[in-house]
Every structure is written in structure tokens, then in C-alpha cells.
Design a protein around this ligand. Sequence first.
Ligand SMILES: [Zn+2]
Length: 143
Amino acid sequence: MGDNADRINEDGEVTVALGVEPFAPPDDFTCTYCGAPMRLRENDYGPWWSCTGWPGCDARVGAHPDGRPLGTPARAELRRWRRAAHLVFDALWRRDRDNPSPPMSRTEAYAWLGRQTAIRHIAECDEHQCYYVIRAVYHRKPS
Ligand SMILES: [Zn+2]
């Protein structure tokens, strides 16, 4: 795979190559807050990772069906920021009754986000990056 090529995964989500390493592989996946190992768990919604420092640390992150983490661990406040960023960002592409004519496809929206903010996935964002996502969408100029 070329180092500079954008990649599109099976969900149509664009991963923009930025020279940034993907998150740590699951066999040494540790909590970014406390350093404790992350443990893969399963519930009715599927697999997810939780910090073994719980209850002192409530960091967690969802997982793909094969167990790969969807992003970096997040504590409650960061999870709220990520939900807010997704709510705002997803309106660029998600079609529903309240948003019948979104301005972009999902692929276009992630490509746009990568150009605006160098952010590839909201699930990898910290609080400030979530704020940048929200601000970038708010100030977006229709093309
Ligand atoms: Zn932790």
C-alpha cells in the first residue's frame, strides 16, 4: 500500500495517509490515561475494550467485529465530546428525515475533514480535536 494514498475501508470511510501511525496493535493496547492494559470484552452490542484500571479509570473504546479498536481509549468527558463531534459532522453526510439533502457523501465528508483538520477518525480525537471538528463544520463554506 502506498504511503501517501488515501484508503477507503469497507464502510466507505476514508483514511487519509498523514504519516501518522495507526493506533497500537491490540496485543499491547494500553490505556492512554493510566497506562493499564486494555481488555477486550463483549456485550449485546458487540466487542469493546475497557481499561483494566476500572473502576479507577473508566476509559473504553468500541471495537470492530474482529476486535480491532475503533479508536483510542476515552473517558466519559471525551466520549461526550466525540458524540457531539459525530452529531455535528455526521449531518454533512447522513441522510434522514431531518436532513434529507446532506451536502456530501460519507466518503466526501471524511476526505473534507482530513483536508480541514488532518483528522481521520473522530474516535481517535482528543477534546481539542473534537472542538476543531465542530468548528470546521460550523464554518464550512458550501462548495
Ligand atoms: Zn485507564
